[in-house]
Design a protein. Structure first.
Length: 628
């Protein structure tokens, strides 16, 4: 695992400056604390920071081919590199190291830009081809590893993190209002946008070629949803075999390895399969809370005991909010997901014992684990059975009068969120319950300048575009496709990458082996969710391996009681960050509206934690990266 950065000067005769490259790499030392490496030649500069995982002695980057005409910097892991290496050696390629990185170099020699489709892994890499005078960038199929880039008539600049690009003065520091609108709507900035104008994220499953001052991007992989006619029993057996192999190949490392364990079905699946293939006890790591409605430690302990793991756990206290500035700095862009805190802390705890941790992320988006999918089915019945007049004039006002509770979920909190989402356009389907600032609320929240900058576009248009691309006719599988392309890639995986890398820990995600993703796309929606039961195939397939208390429980989610903390420990930071004079000076929002949100939240009239935290994150991010 590494962090990469670099640039190509487009101006004729403009030599690359190694000082610029070193600054770009120094700010991502946390991604690779073990060593650095640089290639500077003519107008080309490639650099990296390395976290040594495989081939600790000879795996230093950048790595080149036999005649030194091709150079690579690489972030990630290629799990099928032994098979690819054997194939390439049979074709006459000569290897000098045992690394997966060198395998990519020779794969590029053999297959050109098509090499990305040969790789099973998580990756973002940059190749300089001196013969063709071209830069080749690639990002893995699911978007597990990040890659930013910026181009003007002088340079093309790239890096694993936005902070690397910002070491160069020509990279713009202007907020993209459309990206800000998307962030406040969904709590993340989706690719290809970044929070800064002109800076882009290379989308998942895409490559980029820069040559002769021109840039072309191309999609090399897409998940196609086409349901098969196999029985559920056959699909369960196929799922177990695929997942067992996905776990097994992700346990290849020359350093200590463990697993995150929340006690949910996905992390329990990973630990169960690790225990089957491991030669020693699996190390597991869990996070808990004093607030019992947020605490899942009893389930994690059940799995740890069941499989005899070496288990470590940690109780989170509200004083973790002192970490806010540090974590937002590591995020690079605003991200409203509360669970950055437990993700960082469980990564920090795990890093004391291991260098690699397997994670259960991705299972919900592939196999239908979220309450929002259930809510969407319920909404169909709700709209059909209850007249619109009754919904709008009676149900919504009555539910709106109920004060939010301090629990994580609960009937009151679920009912309020359901009615709120049901008022949004039906064609957004389940994403209505993943939307946090509605269009009519933006009219009161946004400044006139912010409203004008959107040019009539709405954040909903972005999501509708993905629904239009979905190939499946199955309603649930269409939703899963959209989540895989958006929420999973640009929220969940961003959070896991940045928070684990902040502690120099490598996180691996077996559920997102592209073979598992393609398998899930063949499973009918009825085998994923029916009658309010979620992740049917996964739970039934694991019924013989896991305790019933794990397979029978519902989805809880990895979150923190921030709605309560905003009224107590976090209140001073909220009041300081969202002070009216600061809001008015920035010119993005209406200070009066934010004051109203704060007042309603503190008086327990409404739960505005998502809106308030997102606004706080943006304000802190802007001060951290853009200053005044």
């Amino acid at each position: 695992m590494c962090g990469i950065a670099g640039f190509i000067n487009s101006e004729h005769g403009k030599q690359a400056n190694e000082r610029d490259l070193r600054r770009m790499c120094d700010v991502i030392t946390h991604r690779g604390p073990d060593e650095d490496g640089y290639f500077v030649f003519d107008n080309v500069a490639l650099g990296m920071r390395r976290l040594s995982i495989i081939d600790l002695s000879t795996g230093r980057q950048p790595i080149t081919n036999e005649d030194k005409s091709i150079w690579i910097v690489f972030n990630g892991e290629i799990y099928n590199f032994p098979e690819l290496r054997a194939e390439l050696e049979a074709k006459g390629h000569q290897f000098r190291t045992k690394t997966d990185t060198e395998t990519i170099v020779h794969a590029y020699e053999e297959w050109g830009t098509l090499c990305a489709s040969k790789l099973n892994g998580m990756f973002a890499f940059a190749i300089w081809d001196n013969r063709r005078k071209q830069l080749f960038l690639a990002r893995d199929r699911i978007g597990i590893k990040p890659l930013y880039y910026y181009a003007d008539d002088k340079r093309i600049v790239f890096g694993s993190e936005l902070k690397s690009l910002l070491q160069l003065p020509e990279v713009p520091r202007e907020v993209d209002e459309k990206a800000l609108d998307l962030f406040l709507t969904y709590e993340y900035v989706p690719a290809p946008y970044s929070i800064l104008k002109g800076v882009k994220k290379l989308p998942q499953g895409h490559i980029l070629v820069a040559k002769d001052g021109k840039i072309e991007t191309q999609q090399y992989w897409e998940v196609k949803y086409q349901e098969c006619d196999k029985s559920q029993h056959e699909l369960e057996e196929e799922f177990i075999e695929l997942m067992r192999d996905a776990v097994k190949i992700r346990m290849i490392a020359d350093v200590p390895l463990g697993a995150f364990l929340s006690g949910g079905i996905d992390s329990s699946t990973i630990v169960a399969l690790m225990s089957q293939v491991a030669s020693r006890k699996v190390k597991t790591f869990s996070i808990g809370f004093e607030n019992q409605s947020y605490n899942e430690l009893e389930y994690a302990r059940e799995i740890a005991t069941h499989f005899g793991t070496e288990h470590q756990e940690f109780i989170i206290q509200p004083d973790i909010l002192d970490l806010t500035d540090k974590l937002i700095h590591h995020l690079d862009e605003p991200l409203g997901d509360f669970s950055i805190f437990p993700t960082y802390l469980v990564s920090k705890m795990a890093r004391r014992h291991v260098t690699v941790a397997l994670s259960g992320d991705g299972g919900d988006e592939l196999f239908g684990g979220y309450d929002t999918y259930v809510a969407n089915q319920l909404d169909v019945k709700y709209r059909r059975k209850i007249p619109q007049f009754v919904r709008e004039k009676m149900v919504a006002p009555m539910v709106g009068l109920l004060p939010p509770t301090g629990k994580k979920k609960g009937l009151v909190n679920k009912s309020k969120r359901f009615v709120e989402g049901s008022n949004l356009p039906p064609d957004l389907q389940h994403t209505r319950w993943m939307t946090f600032v509605a269009e009519h609320e933006k009219q009161a929240l946004y400044s006139p300048e912010m409203l004008q900058a959107r040019n009539g576009c709405t954040a909903f248009d972005f999501m509708r575009g993905y629904f239009q691309k979905a190939t499946s006719k199955d309603p649930l599988n269409r939703q899963l496709y959209v989540d895989t392309k958006t929420y999973l890639c640009d929220n969940i995986l961003v959070k896991v990458d940045r928070m684990s890398m902040a502690t120099s820990l490598e996180a691996r995600v077996p559920f997102l082996d592209h073979r598992v993703v393609e398998f899930a796309a063949r499973v009918p929606g009825s085998m994923k969710m029916a009658n309010g039961r979620t992740k049917i195939l996964v739970k039934d397939a694991l019924a013989k391996l896991l305790p019933q208390m794990i397979t029978k429980r519902g989805k809880e989610g990895f979150s923190i009681p921030i709605k309560n903390w905003l009224k107590s420990e976090l209140k001073p930071l909220m009041m300081e960050t969202l002070a009216p004079e600061k809001i008015r000076a920035d010119g993005f929002f209406q200070a009066d509206m934010i004051e109203r949100l704060i007042k309603e939240h503190l008086q327990n009239k409404e739960n505005h934690s998502h809106r308030l935290w997102a606004l706080m994150v943006f304000q802190i991010w802007k001060q951290t990266y853009l200053g005044k």
